[in-house]
Design a protein around this ligand. Structure first.
Ligand SMILES: [Ca+2]
Ligand SMILES: [Ca+2]
Ligand SMILES: [Ca+2]
Length: 220
């Protein structure tokens, strides 16, 4: 999605190797050979078998991270992957949990040092594409693009240090996912730092909760 006027995801991507046919938004089935453009109405690829060992739509040649949440706002959790790619840019893949149709196929959004941090940052009921960009030199930053409008919600907002792990959630219960960090500290105990997306106020500022080997396990 490039802007708010166009709901399509006009991203050309390399088709997963196991994908043999494609059904477009007109219902037409095509044989896949090269690369393809996927639109929101498209129903995704038809596969001749499960993905090869290693996980991910192309067999796991590059690392994928599960980024499960509700990306189309139908109240069903969707199967989502973030495919890290340090050469061509990282991409998002999402299959509807309700219909099993892929509605995001290789949407490029993410760099080499980004960690996916999905959440509903604009409160429209749809999980947004979100990244936490690890930067030990200049400070880490947040990049978030609305799945509803395609518009940026955060574009490099600095919030986070070198040892922080993103742990987004709605901590003030206003319907907007907030920027949250879990700061691992093996000497003094780990801490939480959370800033409200809607109001910009700090909700947690160094609250100690966690040991050295703990990682955040978010949920409502
Ligand atoms: Ca869904
Ligand atoms: Ca949203
Ligand atoms: Ca909130």
């Amino acid at each position: 999605m490039v802007n708010g006027e166009n709901p399509s995801i006009d991203v050309t991507f390399t088709v997963p190797q196991y994908c043999v046919h494609y059904v477009d938004s007109t219902g037409q089935t095509s044989v896949i050979d090269d690369s393809y453009t996927i639109y929101m109405g498209d129903s995704g690829c038809l596969c001749d078998g499960p993905p090869p060992a290693g996980g991910g739509s192309d067999g796991g040649a590059t690392p994928n991270r599960a980024a499960t949440a509700d990306y189309n706002g139908d109240n069903f959790s969707d199967l989502a992957l973030y495919r890290q790619d340090c050469t061509n840019g990282s991409s998002w893949w999402v299959m509807s949990g309700a219909t099993r149709n892929q509605f995001v196929g290789g949407s490029r959004y993410g760099g080499c040092n980004d960690i996916p941090a999905p959440g509903d940052y604009d409160g429209d009921g749809k999980t947004d594409l979100a990244l936490y960009r690890h930067d030990c030199t200049n400070g880490s930053s947040w990049w978030v693009k609305s799945t509803g409008t395609g518009n940026p919600i955060y574009g490099g907002t600095k919030f986070g240090g070198c040892n922080d792990i993103p742990a987004p959630g709605d901590f003030d219960n206003d319907g907007y996912t907030d920027l949250a960090l879990y700061r691992q500290d093996c000497t003094n105990g780990s801490t939480w730092w959370i800033k409200s997306t809607h109001t910009g106020t700090q909700l947690y500022g160094g609250t100690r909760y966690g040991g050295c080997h703990d990682i955040p396990a978010m949920g409502s």
